[in-house]
Design a protein around this ligand. Structure first.
Ligand code: GAR
Length: 207
């Protein structure tokens, strides 16, 4: 009996900084054998910051990396067009199967979002729809929230909206600082993002 190879699911990851969520995803891919099970491969990592620490880690893993700096472009539209070319360039100019925003700190234009419609994912460090935007942990503490967390969602043109695919909840402790709360949430992000992505990879394979 001939066993046909699984169709590839190529994952592009976009980062701006440390890239710990990227790392959690890459490590999950290897540890849980996503290539064998779902045909998943990391197509590459793109950053808008040349200094992003996550780039060095990705390079050390032998992952293709690209830098596309927003500072080189006069408008959001021009940057997003260049970013799109960098991302699609990872996969022979076709959109990757999944584009995963992992601490990618740029607001994206509707044209960019539409190009990756349905395959563009984000992790946001709050329990959406609470606290879209920046300074989520500080705002949760100031509002007296007893719980905080993170959300993985599909990306739409509206910032930090889009279908919620998974959430992780942590307690807000008395006297928490924003940094302490951020660290507690980030630990859960590293579990949540790979789990949600795995469900999507599995569902796509069975579709
Ligand atoms: C994470 O907490 C992520 O949720 C957040 O940035 C951090 C990136 O950490 N993303 C956003 O705030 C997006 N609006 P990482 O670079 O170590 O993955």
């Amino acid at each position: 009996m001939t066993v046909l190879p699984k169709p590839k699911q190529r994952i592009a990851i976009l980062i701006s900084g440390g890239g710990s969520n990227m790392r959690a995803i890459v490590e999950a891919l290897h540890r849980r054998r996503w290539n064998d099970r779902y045909g998943a491969v990391i197509a590459g990592v793109v950053s808008n910051q040349a200094s992003a620490a996550g780039l060095q880690w990705a390079e050390a893993q032998g992952i293709a990396t690209r830098v596309c700096s927003h500072r080189d472009y006069a408008s959001r539209e021009a940057f997003d067009e260049a970013l799109k070319q960098a991302v699609d360039g990872l996969t022979d100019q076709a959109p990757p199967d999944w584009v995963v925003l992992a601490g990618f700190m740029r607001i994206l234009t509707p044209a960019f979002v539409e190009h990756y419609d349905g395959r563009l994912l984000n992790i946001h460090p709050s329990l959406l729809p609470a606290f879209p935007g920046l300074h989520t942990h500080q705002r949760a503490i100031e509002m007296g929230c007893r719980f905080a967390g993170a959300t993985v969602h599909r990306v739409t043109a509206a910032l930090d909206h889009g279908e919620i695919l998974g959430q992780a909840v942590v307690p807000v402790l008395a006297d928490d600082t924003p940094d302490q709360l951020a660290a507690r949430v980030l630990t859960q992000e590293h579990r949540l993002y790979p789990d949600v992505l795995e469900q999507l990879l599995q569902a796509r394979l069975q579709a």
